[in-house]
Write a protein that binds this ligand. Structure first.
Ligand code: FE2
Length: 323
């Protein structure tokens, strides 16, 4: 029997199915799972999967060490942007969020502030152009600094982990004060008002860089993707159906400076390569332990988890609420 190519990010690959090796998995039964998925020689893949589980389970400690190092050694270019201020936000976004905070607000009430795309995707202005400019300047300053860069599990080689760079509080404030009220109205079934963690990074695209922009789903309940600059050509996003759904649905989305698109993490999507210039996008994976504790969004199994110190980990919670 021919070995089946694995569908890891909905693209065919000869690599082992690393979605199985997510940090919620204790790697007890890989052989059995692989067999059930049609793998003819699971024993070949098990050691690699076990190694990946081990790496993912310890990446949080490594990340924390790196975060402390950056806090000590990195000199910030725009120190003021590390604390969220309402002046960084587009006034229309602030107005929409104050509407969303009203107890009886419905998705229809927010229509005037956003472009309702298909499949429950929404696009709206988030940041002012001047904030975007400062943000990108800070990112370039960090990139060209001598600080060794941290590569998080599951992130592209060219992604910048914003928690490591020092934006943890900024992003927690953005999540709790602004994004949570919107998600409560727009996605009550995907975390609603119980978004308790996030993972945020900058996706950076440059011509000629070997980026993984293939069709995939996110490790999030809801994702916000905001464009921070305009100096690129092409690079549009494309969206399809929800993961696992049989549907021919597809649609495109073009970036605009400071504007964000909000979508469900399990909605399949990808990005076309850029033809010229460079692109910086803020990606915020919003997570709700209430949802993911039932079923891990990556491996589709009931998570078996270990406590993570100093950080959100992958957003699961133990009984005592440690994540
Ligand atoms: Fe994504």
């Amino acid at each position: 029997m021919l070995q089946r190519p694995w569908c890891t990010r909905n693209t065919l690959s000869s690599k082992p199915p690393f979605a199985l090796a997510c940090s919620c998995n204790t790697a007890e039964d890989f052989s059995k799972i692989l067999k059930a998925k049609g793998c003819s020689d699971p024993e070949k893949l098990v050691p690699e999967l076990e190694k990946e589980v081990e790496r993912r389970q310890h990446v949080h400690e490594e990340r924390r060490r790196h975060q402390l190092y950056v806090a000590e050694e990195y000199s910030r270019f725009h120190p003021k942007i590390f604390t969220l201020q309402s002046s960084f936000l587009d006034p229309r976004f602030c107005e929409m969020v104050s509407h969303a905070r009203k107890p009886d607000c419905t998705a229809d009430d927010l229509k005037a502030y956003m472009k309702g795309l298909q499949m429950r995707m929404y696009s709206f202005p988030v940041f002012t152009p001047s904030f975007c400019q400062m943000f990108v300047e800070e990112l370039k300053h960090y990139e060209t600094s001598s600080i060794p860069k941290f590569q998080a599990a599951s992130m592209s080689k060219f992604a910048i982990d914003l928690g490591v760079l020092g934006f943890d509080q900024f992003l927690s404030d953005l999540r709790t004060a602004y994004l949570a009220p919107l998600v409560k109205v727009l996605y009550p079934d995907w975390g609603g008002d119980q978004l308790d963690t996030h993972k945020a990074f900058i996706a950076q695209y440059k011509e000629g860089r070997n980026l993984d922009t293939s069709y995939h789903f996110d490790n999030s309940e809801v994702t916000l993707n905001v464009s921070l600059n305009e100096t690129f050509d092409d690079g549009d996003l494309y969206f399809g159906a929800m993961r696992g759904e049989e549907s021919s649905f597809h649609t495109g989305y073009s970036h605009q400076l400071g504007r964000g698109i909000l979508h469900r993490g399990q909605q399949m999507h990808g990005a076309f390569p850029i033809m010229e210039g460079e692109r910086y996008n803020l990606i915020v994976w919003l997570r709700s332990s209430r949802i993911r504790n039932q079923l891990c969004p990556m491996c589709n199994e009931k998570p078996k988890i270990k406590a993570v110190e100093n950080g959100f980990g992958d957003g699961f919670t133990l009984d005592d609420n440690t994540v």
